[in-house]
Design a protein around this ligand. Structure first.
Ligand code: ADP
Length: 230
């Protein structure tokens, strides 16, 4: 599903120096896996996500997602690719002037889905994230956990094959954090590959999923479910 082969990504710093955000990373994430990526700030987690989402390109090595070789990807195919990859961020990124329904329907409308189909699809996704009753509320009227649920719902509108959640519980208290994790698990059970980053050791320990540890742009550990020790 996601395959990195000796991937290196460098960023140019102000003095013309280059830092390697990712150095010679090789990893393989299979379809329907649930993977946790951990690592200190600056370890390369966001760079990994941006490479998968094709926001940035690798300097060396190969990135394949869903069988597509990114080095051969045409610009015009990127919007299509992005629909297959849902992304959720720590700070939700909701549209403040749109209500919950509209925050989700907007993503469908901009890609040309018919109103009739939007009206069928949005309630189904709201149900999946447990927010049927909040469809008419605005983001400011929601708790952090509810906002994150809206963000997940929006990321799922195109029925992506991969859901990437970048620190999805970073701003939430433990109870809301677990509510979000439960949704990610459900989405995964329905067949979507899930990759999440987290700093929360409790979540890592309790989930017992594969953990990829990044350090200074390298894969320090990559352990299968249940084998991870802090
Ligand atoms: P993480 O998400 O684990 O905190 P990042 O992938 O954001 O790590 O960053 C990895 C390294 O790349 C860090 O040293 C960071 O300073 C550097 N970096 C990230 N983005 C940029 C950028 N746009 N320009 C220059 N350096 C960057």
């Amino acid at each position: 599903m996601i395959y990195f082969e000796h991937v290196t990504k460098k960023y140019e710093q102000s003095e013309g120096e280059k830092t390697e955000a990712l150095s010679d990373v090789t990893l393989h994430i299979k379809p329907k896996e649930f993977v946790i990526v951990v690592g200190h700030s600056g370890a390369g987690k966001s760079t990994l996500i941006k490479l998968i989402n094709r926001e940035i390109k690798a300097d060396e090595g190969k990135v394949y997602v869903g069988g597509i070789d990114y080095s051969e990807l045409k610009k015009r195919d990127i919007p299509y690719l992005r629909r297959k990859i849902g992304v959720v961020f720590q700070d939700y990124k909701l549209l403040p002037k749109k209500n919950v329904f509209e925050n989700i329907s907007y993503a469908l409308e901009v890609s040309g889905v018919k109103t009739k189909d939007v009206k069928i699809r949005v309630p189904k996704i709201l149900e999946l994230v447990g927010l049927q009753k909040k469809a008419k509320n605005f983001p400011r009227e929601l708790s952090g956990g509810e906002r994150q649920r809206v963000a997940i719902a929006r990321a799922l509108v195109h029925n992506p094959r991969i859901l990437i959640a970048d620190e999805p519980t970073g701003n939430l208290d433990p109870r809301n954090a677990w509510g979000i994790i439960e949704i990610l698990l459900r989405v995964n059970q329905l067949g979507t590959t899930v990759m999440m980053t987290t700093h929360n050791q409790d979540i890592v320990n309790k989930l017992k999923k594969r953990v990829i540890v990044l350090q200074n742009g390298k894969v320090l550990k990559d352990k299968e479910a249940g084998a991870y020790e802090a």
